[in-house]
Write a protein that binds this ligand. Sequence first.
Ligand SMILES: C[C@H](OP(=O)(O)OC[C@@H](O)[C@@H](O)[C@@H](O)CN1c2cc(O)ccc2Cc2c1[nH]c(=O)[nH]c2=O)C(=O)N[C@@H](CCC(=O)N[C@@H](CCC(=O)O)C(=O)O)C(=O)O
Ligand SMILES: CCCCCC(=O)CC
Length: 330
Amino acid sequence: METKVGYFASLEQYKPRDALEQTIRAENVGFDSVWADDHFHPWYHTNAQSAQAWAWMGAALEATKKVFISTCITCPIMRYNPAIVAQTFATLRQMYPGRVGIAVGAGEAMNEVPVTGEWPSVPERQDMTVEAIGVMRQLWGGQEPVTFKGKYYTLDKAFLYTKPDDEVPLYFSGMGPKGARLAGKYGDHLMTVAADPSVLKNVTIPNFVKGAADSGKDPSKMERAMLIWYSVDPDYEKAIEGLRFWAGCLVPAMFKYKVYDSKEVEVHANLVGHDMMKENYMVATDAEDLIKEIERFKAAGITHFCLGNSSPDVNLGIDVFKDVIPHVKD
Ligand SMILES: C[C@H](OP(=O)(O)OC[C@@H](O)[C@@H](O)[C@@H](O)CN1c2cc(O)ccc2Cc2c1[nH]c(=O)[nH]c2=O)C(=O)N[C@@H](CCC(=O)N[C@@H](CCC(=O)O)C(=O)O)C(=O)O
Ligand SMILES: CCCCCC(=O)CC
């Protein structure tokens, strides 16, 4: 499968208009795709943003010519109703054929708790995600109004009047072994994040492949996408510290417990050491280092890179890819 190189235009780290400028620049440099986080509260507090992803996607699609754009990721189970998620992405894909995708996952407390007050267990949210995908697929594929009574969602003669010619490609986020199996079973492609290459190779990808094969799909045709943050700067130490905004994602407690206050996340993020960031993210002083870092994750089985630019000089962090992309594409 060909390797794709995508740019993660963060709406938590950058103002929406700055993320838009980055997106235009990334398309010109030759990135295959652009991905946006779909958050209510951000993963850091100081200087953070948190723009609404779907509103931003419409502007980004209009401002670019051909690049594929997707969320990374949308949680379609609580603050959003899955039927409205289906309607939104069907609308975008009809307007921008072939250019729109969606990635889904079981959510994070910081996005759901502040506006719903609820935080079900991981297994229940995974179950809700599977049902939500069923709702979305029924609406996308439905030639007739759909009536459905599930455990979590209800459709009563629901029909999408605005549809694309083809279905919206759906990336399913799996971080744990069960999540990865569900991704193989119910997704078109895998999305994952914040894992070191040995975990990807020995746990995440084998479980994804098993889930896909068990449901009769050909896993070799399914992408293994991953959100990975990187920072490039001629000063190596400065490059590592550039990744601090995202260090909270490396703290397992953020997923296990109901943490939804960004100030609290930031306290944990500030305790993460450089070794952990180097292992899970990409730190580079130049294009050559970045190529080696990408190869490290490619060897573990990643085929579509969603690269989150946390470089001290953001434009340098995009432009360096003129010298990276030709070397990492097969
Ligand atoms: C927590 C793990 O669950 P899993 O389903 O595998 O992954 C969850 C994630 O996909 C979501 O949280 C996702 O929403 C996060 N996310 C995101 C993910 C990604 O791959 C790329 C980008 C993003 C950005 C983004 C995200 N979310 C948003 O809302 N918005 C965004 O922009 C997991 O570890 N699962 C394990 C099972 C764990 C479990 O059940 N634990 C038990 C307790 C066990 C114990 O006590 O030790 C429990 O909690 O009850 C698995 O195997 O699946
Ligand atoms: C382990 C962290 C996964 C979540 C990433 C995220 O929500 C930021 C976009």
